[in-house]
Ligand binder design. Structure first.
Ligand SMILES: Cc1cc2nc3c(=O)[nH]c(=O)nc-3n(C[C@H](O)[C@H](O)[C@H](O)COP(=O)(O)OP(=O)(O)OC[C@H]3O[C@@H](n4cnc5c(N)ncnc54)[C@H](O)[C@@H]3O)c2cc1C
Length: 319
């Protein structure tokens, strides 16, 4: 059903999108391969936006028809339901990028790792931490992603946003409400980041390369990079480390189905490639319950559960 209560006719909507926006869609597209956790059922309709023009067009089309829709970056912070996503899923692959006046201007679909290497090549420092973030610029602004003693808020100057009313505005940093893994976008899925401008510092390419090498080494040593995951599962509670609390609760290596608390980093859940989204969520909820029982700390999910989770009961799964 659509937001107007009519049945979602994927064939008709798909051919309308092709005709009006010029973008091909696919029906019942399995979404697991568009996420780093490698779980998730089908999207009713799936479209890839290859540039900002297509991204705007797809979102405006979905809004004008009041169709449910979801913008996905690289799916690196998301666990999509095994039942999939109703409506239109738009993968943002608008990756335009420009260097001007010590700034990086990036479309929202640019991978953060590319932002790190492009700025290295231009002799600009500040976005090296992007190498640690397997998501897009848009997803990183949404999360105020950060690593290695920095985060988006340290370097972002402004973001151009498609607002809920369909208008576009370039918002300065202080209007984006960036906090610890937080932004105004988490509260309003109707606001979409179209592009971002980062203000950087000139530095020698060799110096930046050393920093990138350090980050690569640290990640190899500390993160379970060989297996599908969605990064840190829980936010760090004030003054505490979620990973340490999970480790102290003896949960490293604990599994539900194909999902396991990583032995290498307790705040990661890894998928043995046979796991489901339900396995990941059940394991996450078990970790929450055990940590609360042993330490009294209520861990909050940092990963987002997207798609059709209707009927899911905490601690029990689908009713
Ligand atoms: C191995 C690994 C390591 C990681 N390490 C870190 C780390 O060190 N630090 C860190 O902060 N994170 C880390 N992450 C998490 C993740 O990479 C970040 O949160 C990233 O910013 C998510 O971007 P994405 O494009 O993949 O977003 P997605 O997962 O695709 O989407 C997440 C949410 O953002 C929304 N969104 C996506 N694009 C836009 C847009 N253009 N406008 C508005 N909303 C949008 C989506 O609708 C969704 O709700 C890690 C993940 C993995 C798998």
């Amino acid at each position: 059903m659509t937001m107007t209560g009519q049945a979602f006719d994927a064939v008709a909507i798909g051919s309308d999108i092709q005709r009006r926006v010029g973008v091909k869609t696919s029906r019942d597209e399995p979404l697991a391969r568009f996420t780093t956790m490698r779980v998730g059922g089908p999207a009713d309709l799936f479209a890839v936006a290859h540039n900002a023009f297509e991204l705007r067009g797809l979102i405006k089309f979905a809004r004008s028809r009041r169709l449910p829709h979801l913008v996905l970056g690289r799916g690196s912070n998301a666990v999509i339901s095994d039942r999939g996503v109703r409506g239109v899923v738009i993968q943002d692959r608008a990756e335009g990028v420009e260097i001007r006046d010590n700034r990086l201007l990036a479309e929202a679909g640019l991978p953060m790792a590319r932002a790190a290497t492009v700025t290295q090549g231009a002799g600009l420092s500040g976005l090296e931490f992007g190498l640690a973030i397997p998501g897009t610029v848009g997803g990183a602004v949404w999360a105020n992603a950060g690593a290695h003693e920095s985060d988006i808020s340290e370097v972002l100057e402004s973001a151009t946003v498609l607002l809920a009313d369909g208008s576009e505005r370039t918002l300065p940093l202080d209007e984006l409400r960036l906090g610890y893994r937080d932004s105004r976008f988490k509260g309003d899925p109707q606001e979409i980041v179209l592009s971002a401008t980062f203000r950087l510092e000139p530095a020698s390419a060799d110096q930046i390369k050393l920093r990138l090498d350090d980050i690569r080494r640290w990640r190899q040593a500390h993160q379970p990079l060989g297996l599908p995951s969605a990064g840190s599962v829980f936010r760090n509670p004030e003054g505490r480390s979620a990973g340490a609390l999970i480790d102290e609760a003896g949960l490293k290596g604990f599994s539900v189905g194909g999902a396991t608390v990583s032995e290498k980093h307790a705040n990661f859940i890894v998928n043995d490639r046979r796991g489901s989204a339900a396995d990941v969520r059940r394991l996450g909820e078990h970790v929450q319950a055990e940590v609360a029982r042993r330490s009294g700390v209520e861990l909050e999910f940092e990963i987002v559960f997207l798609g059709d989770w209707a009927g899911w009961v905490i601690g029990e799964g689908f009713a």
